[in-house]
Design a protein around this ligand. Structure first.
Ligand code: ATR
Length: 310
């Protein structure tokens, strides 16, 4: 499937095809699985609409969104590195997306007015419920790599869901400062009292990381460690115990070193495919105001990742 650039916007709606109505923007974006997630859903919902990929250069997001609107686009997904620029470019921003510092879903009305949302956070809530049959708000959580964009969205969601413990771990501790400053706004003061603060931070090389992991129910990896099949796990996996739930936001490879080790330690594991699925389903729900055909979307993703099986 073709990836368009802004200079090719005039070509997105050739005669004889269903009109392009939805798009994912990013840079690079040709690897994005969003079309394989959304196109089958649009077909199932009889929308007669295409979902396309558009590569946009940094600094051109606001202009790009308006050009896409003029070309007939009604809804946009935003991927790296544009989630902050998208937030700054929208006319209106959902308060939770503001807390997360990122917009991954844009709804455009008939007048070209844009509203930005973040479905990564609520998508994660749905992913955890589906994978482990538990509510995020019932779990003591540690996020490994909370300094990145995905980590921040998930951390915010955990606090919005009132998780009783949230430990943010990062290689570079200072990178957590802006996140904790924002998150302290949604952590009422009285909840910060007690034997352990509800929200704490720790460096990945801190000797107390082992204890922090032992005290957690859910361990989430949001670092990029694991994207290469030869990558190690982001922390010593001998610390994982059978009571742990381990979620890796990486889905390709399907089982990172972290997940393989966690499984052999007896923990329950899940990869980021469910997050990709549910954040996409929520985007579709914002655009079309109807329930997303989740199984169709799941099948679309599966066949994109395993084309030989489908
Ligand atoms: P995003 O696209 O989510 O913003 P990112 O900026 O690439 O992602 O960073 C993702 C996370 O991976 C960060 O927390 C980063 O840690 P730093 O803040 O210290 O840079 C983490 N990360 C990347 N490589 C890592 C490594 N080799 N060991 C530990 N953490 C790593």
């Amino acid at each position: 499937m073709k990836t368009y650039t802004l200079s090719q916007i005039a070509e997105i709606n050739p005669d004889g095809e269903h009109p392009a109505r939805f798009a994912v923007i990013g840079n690079p974006v040709s690897h994005s699985l969003s079309p394989q997630l959304h196109q089958p859903a649009l077909n199932t919902l009889k929308q007669h609409a295409r979902y396309i990929r558009v590569q946009i250069e940094p600094g051109q997001v606001a202009e790009g969104i308006q050009q896409l609107h003029q070309a007939g686009i009604l809804g946009i997904n935003v991927t790296v590195p544009h989630k902050l620029e998208a937030l700054e470019s929208c006319h209106h921003v959902d308060p939770n997306a503001q807390l997360m510092g990122a917009v991954n879903t844009i709804v455009i009305n008939n007048h070209g007015e844009t509203t930005g949302f973040n479905t990564d956070g609520p998508g994660f809530t749905r992913a955890i419920l589906e994978e482990f049959s538990v509510d995020l708000g019932d779990l003591k959580i540690i996020i490994i790599g909370a300094g990145g964009g995905a980590g921040r969205a998930i951390a915010t969601q955990c606090l919005l869901e009132h998780s009783p413990q949230l430990i943010l771990a990062n290689r570079t501790l200072e990178k957590l400062n802006p996140i904790t400053q924002t998150l302290s706004q949604i952590t009422p003061n009285e909840e910060l009292e007690g034997p352990r603060d509800r929200l704490t931070t720790i460096a990945l090389n801190d000797p107390e990381l082992e204890e922090a992991i032992a005290a957690s129910d859910l361990i989430i990896n949001t670092t990029s460690v694991g994207l290469q099949p030869t990558d190690p796990a982001p922390f010593p996996t001998r610390w994982i115990e059978p009571h742990h739930l381990v979620y890796d936001t990486i889905y390709n490879p399907a089982k990172t070193r972290l997940l393989r080790d966690a499984e052999s330690q007896g923990a329950r594991i899940a990869n980021g495919l469910s997050l990709l699925l549910h954040q996409g389903a929520l985007s579709l729900e914002y655009w079309l105001n109807c329930e997303a055909p989740i199984n169709t979307m799941r099948e679309g993703l599966k066949s994109a990742l395993n084309p030989d099986i489908s």
